[in-house]
Ligand binder design. Structure first.
Ligand code: G3I
Ligand code: 9MR
Length: 558
């Protein structure tokens, strides 16, 4: 049947920063300018103007017009935009719109910790749960995990870390990216907000405590001295078979295995380990030294074993397969150079940022430039300029892509298809825009970074906020084994601040295939717990949201 997307007036359902851009999209076949009204909660008209015809938005197929109400300087809550009889979802205008999301996007990580009870005093009764994977029956636990049969003959204590997503596997490649993004968030915004976590109140910033929970796990995945492939890093640890949705971590009865080391996992540990050494130097010297030593060991091991690839496919866990690791070598070299200043690493930095690739768990080449941008003192002024220029050039493309779409979005895939996790594409592109704004001072980049949040929070082709608890029409049924309320009312819905993967043209699960045949790329999304290819959550997606919402919140003070 025809899907009902609610009001044709599409806004950021959370709100707009008082000092930020304020635009909306109106779905209409009208081709001439129309009158819009901004309504206060009292229904009083506080601003008005004319829409701007846009035409057809390619990736949604919608005919739209644009509304710019940026000239309104007031604040308020429960505001709505109206065109004729069409009225948007309500939203706020305030300097505080991102204060809550900034914390909740990070609270995602505590909620998904493995190997520790999630306590009611931090998350409330509904979300509390016993520790998973410490070997308490029926769990097999992560305290002594054997290698997959026939692949090696030791076991490792790999407790802790974050569960990847809706499943309870733990994967090094994207785990390292997620931890890296939280470390970069810290470098971007400083100590930042306080979180409700057991470590709060120690002398380390809470975001670094949260990242350390994952880093400790990542370090534990390194092959010990004396074993074959010593210094390499196991690609992943996960269940032998998929468990059913609605299986909380502590109830997971599956045997778990360490899967063989890969060059990609090894290099990603080298990269995040190097970043860890720089960031924690000020807070925990011992830990920083441990990170650097593991990173250099990993680097040397990867140089000796440069082509060990994790296979595609498999059962009970994600593959995170990748057979091109020149980009992982380059990212690791850049992070190691940034931290140590050793010239020997420079020569291995072979990639630069480009808009088409951006970055993701699979494409890490662009991260080399983002690493270098954090350490200008290591570069000549000519090289600093080049890095800045490359980041600005990518940002120019994202800006143009955003402006060329009816629903402003820096993510605009060249093949016209949205990929699995497309919302992280939006958020990661926005991160690059934010960094470009810092480096160049160009206001247009800042605006575009902020407008990317509008897309994620409701100004899109399906009037959907993709973040639980944020917006009137927010995702609430993401694919998750514990947050499975829609299957079992005794279990909670996703914790507020959890971002769905988002539209995926390739319809890679049965629920999407059944419900979304023929969908326009930007509409290939369904808020159904079964749709893992459009509606899962993941650490490397929420880390992108955490970075972007922290950036946006700090922009409210500039
Ligand atoms: O690399 C190709 C690219 O060349 C091509 O143009 C494009 C379009 O077809 O596809 C690209 O490959 C995609 C790849 O992600 C990289 O973006 C695959 O089609 C796509 O299937 C793959 O999706 C990954 C998915 O696992 C399936 O492997 C997602 O990125 C990844 O985030 C997701 O991760 C899962 C874990 O496996 C298990 N745990 C949950 C987690 C989140 O859903
Ligand atoms: O729950 C799994 C999810 O985390 C993965 O992203 C997805 C793709 O690897 O697989 C999900 O597990 C499904 C499996 O692939 C097929 N049988 C049903 C599983 C969902 O319960």
């Amino acid at each position: 049947g025809v899907r009902d997307f609610g009001s044709p007036v599409r806004v950021n359902q959370v709100g707009y920063l008082t000092n930020g851009p304020k635009r909306a999209t109106y779905v209409t076949t009208a081709t001439t300018p129309l009158d819009w009204r901004l309504l206060a909660a009292s229904n009083q008209i506080v601003s008005h103007g004319r829409t701007k015809p846009f035409g057809k938005d390619a990736l949604s197929g919608d005919a739209v017009q644009l509304i710019d109400f940026g000239s309104y300087r007031g604040t308020g809550s429960g505001l709505r935009l109206a065109v004729g009889d069409d009225v948007s979802e309500p939203f706020d205008i305030s300097s505080q719109v991102y204060a809550g999301l900034r914390k909740d996007a990070l609270a995602y990580f505590y909620n998904n910790r493995s190997g520790i009870p999630i306590e009611a005093k931090y998350v409330g009764d509904t979300y509390a749960r016993p520790a998973g994977h410490l070997g308490v029956a029926p769990n097999q636990g992560d305290t002594s995990v054997p290698c997959y049969p026939g692949t090696c003959d030791y076991s490792l204590d790999v407790r802790g870390g974050w569960y990847d997503a809706g499943d309870q596997g733990k994967y090094v490649v994207n785990g390292a990216l997620a931890a890296w993004q939280l470390l970069d968030l810290y470098e971007e915004t400083g100590p930042g907000v306080s979180l409700k976590i057991p470590e709060a109140g120690n002398r380390t910033p809470d975001v670094l405590d949260e990242a350390k929970w994952e880093l400790d796990f990542l370090l534990s995945m390194q092959v010990p001295k004396g074993q074959p492939l010593a210094g390499m890093v196991h690609h992943k640890i996960h269940d032998e078979k998929w468990t059913a949705l609605g299986t909380p971590p502590a109830d997971d009865p599956q045997p778990r295995y360490l899967y063989p080391p890969s060059t990609a996992a090894t290099l990603n540990l080298a990269a995040v380990g190097a970043r860890c050494a720089r960031v924690y130097a000020k807070w925990d010297k011992q830990f920083a030294a441990r990170c650097l030593s593991a990173a250099e060991t990993a680097w040397n091991a990867a140089r000796q074993h440069p082509a060990i690839y994790a296979p595609a496919g498999g059962e009970g866990g994600g593959a995170y397969d990748d057979t091109k690791v020149t980009d992982e070598f380059s990212w690791a070299a850049a992070e190691l150079f940034a931290t140590t200043g050793k010239a020997s690493y420079r020569h291995f930095i072979t990639t630069t940022l480009n808009a088409a690739d951006g970055f993701s768990w699979q494409e890490t080449g662009g991260l080399a430039d983002l690493a270098l941008a954090r350490v200008p003192w290591r570069l000549s002024s000519a090289d600093q300029r080049k890095v800045r220029q490359r980041i600005a050039t990518a940002a120019d493309t994202y800006l143009a892509d955003l402006r060329s779409q009816g629903y402003a979005n820096p993510y605009k895939p060249a093949d016209g298809q949205y990929v699995w996790g497309s919302n992280s594409g939006t958020a990661n592109d926005a991160m690059i825009l934010g960094i470009a704004a810092d480096l160049t001072g160009r206001a247009a980049y800042r605006s575009a970074a902020l407008e990317s949040l509008d897309y994620l929070l409701g100004r899109n082709a399906i009037n959907q906020s993709y973040v639980t608890g944020y917006g009137e029409r927010a995702s609430d049924n993401q694919h998750h084994r514990f947050w499975a309320h829609s299957l079992n009312p005794a279990l909670p819905s996703p914790y507020p601040g959890s971002m769905a993967g988002g539209p995926n043209s390739h319809l890679q699960d049965p629920v999407a295939q059944r419900n979304l045949p023929g969908c326009a790329p930007a509409k290939c999304y369904i808020d159904d717990i079964g749709s893992y290819s459009t509606n899962e959550v993941a650490i490397n997606w929420n880390s992108a949201l955490a970075w972007l919402s922290a950036y946006a919140d700090t922009q409210s003070h500039t």
